[in-house]
Ligand binder design. Sequence first.
Ligand code: SAT
Ligand code: MN
Length: 586
Amino acid sequence: MTRQLETLNEWVQATARKTRPDRIHWCDGSNAEAQALTELMLASGDLIALNPSTHPDCYLHRSDPDDVARVEHLTFICTPQREQVGPNNRWMSPDQAHTKMNALFDGCMQGRTLYVVPYCMGPIDSPLSRCGVEITDSPYVVANMRIMTRMGQIALQRIEREAQFVKGLHSIGELNPERRFILHFPEEGLIQSYGSGYGGNALLGKKCHALRIAAWQGRQQGWLAEHMLIVGIENPQGATHYIAAAFPSACGKTNLSMLIPPPSYCRAGWKVWTVGDDICWMQAGADGRLWAINPEAGFFGVAPGTSRKTNLNALATLSHDTIFTNVGLTSDGQPWWEGLDKGKPAIDWQGRTFDPANGPAAHPNSRFTVRANQCPSWSAHSEDPQGIPISAIVFGGRRANLMPLVFETRDWTHGVLTGASMRSETTAAATGQVGVLRRDPMAMKPFCSYNFGDYFAHWLSFDHPGAKLPKIFHVNWFRKNDQGAFMWPGFGDNLRILEWILGRCEGIAEAQETAIGYLPRMQDLNLDGLSIDRTDLQALLRINPAEWTEELQDVGTYLAGYGEHLPQALELARQQMAAALAAEHP
Ligand code: SAT
Ligand code: MN
């Protein structure tokens, strides 16, 4: 056995001595293994088979009703100094954390199987990819990790070759919210998660590794781990440009990454290629450009709101071989959720006869887990070991007012300031109140494992001589008018904005200069076939100087909270913006 596998084996044996499972199973990722796991979960009731003629090889899993979202208040970063994680994280000292977790994990797998899940985040032969091993007592987690990552023998072979892997230890415990913790030890390359079986709390390759641990490693090694979708836009001339876009959870990343062009664009020959819907790892290439990979191999997407109109590609993707979590059921065993334009619910997500008095049929954060290559718009370049070059970075939040439909920032520093100032309404992806406006820099508030001030400095460090950085933009699909209705149709029509963005990158699209950046005028956008109220559109492309003055003051107060960690360049850029605003609108 190689030294690497010995290290892994010793960790597995030590974990088994602590957790005392009945059995240990090393996952190989084979079809036979997946089949056996499915049968086991069907027998235990962990999975329910869906209608085999409409949804072949699709299953429903119902979580504990108290375990349906990420738990930010129970998520900690454990480093020697509190200062390292900043005011943007919950901190615990590694000693205290280990004592707490050792007590929880003690004997917790008795009567259960301990699964060893080797996985690779990113294309299996990419130098940008990173491996990990998750130990878990949940077959549901194994089944999801098999879809979301390159899992099993192939990952183990890469681990054998490489110097290191991230360790993740997970147990569903008793699924008791009082005994639930999601802990990260970035300096040990270790994740420990106890008491939840849900998504981002339990599939440790995803948010815990590919964002929190990776963000930490990226800072040390000079790359970026971001909460971004990656989409390729092919123009009628056949050239494809890639955009990376950060939006908070449940703000439409999956929909934007699988966008179907409006009819006039389809006729003209535009195509959209999906590379990723949630996470993006980026690194400067020898040519100075930023090159990106999607570390994931699947989608863990929000089901409610997914329909033929909003995301036909997603519907096609999840018509077979999909695990649904916490959706409702029709009387003939098809999955159902609010917004689906077909069928009606008979059973709700908790398995009760559907009664609107009990709330929605599907939980608002119900999900589908599905292999990415089932998506009709899946990009053939998703597996390119060198990644794909990024032309534009887009930041966007869910904001009912203030933020225009789109603007281009002046330069990298202004772009980083814009990302750092992001605000968005909270969603059902995390526990807590929904619809509360909060600062969510780069959509990384729940995922940046170190001081945001240092993170902004890390972003700024990419701007050096020889760098050919993407332009940075901000968008807002969620503006509402006085009647409370969304002003922009969104979905496929967002391609109109992406076309302008790429046009700016190529130097062929026009804009007007304002104090906050470059905005398109109505004539700068392709509005062919678009039905929208022109007054709404005008309002979407205008800025309100009084509101912006107030916003910039608020941004100043917010950023000052990072104290000495805040790069001075960001505060200077903010002051320049405020001065430009005052000069333009005295
Ligand atoms: O539950 S996950 O964290 O995996 C999904 C999300 O909130 O983005
Ligand atoms: Mn996400």
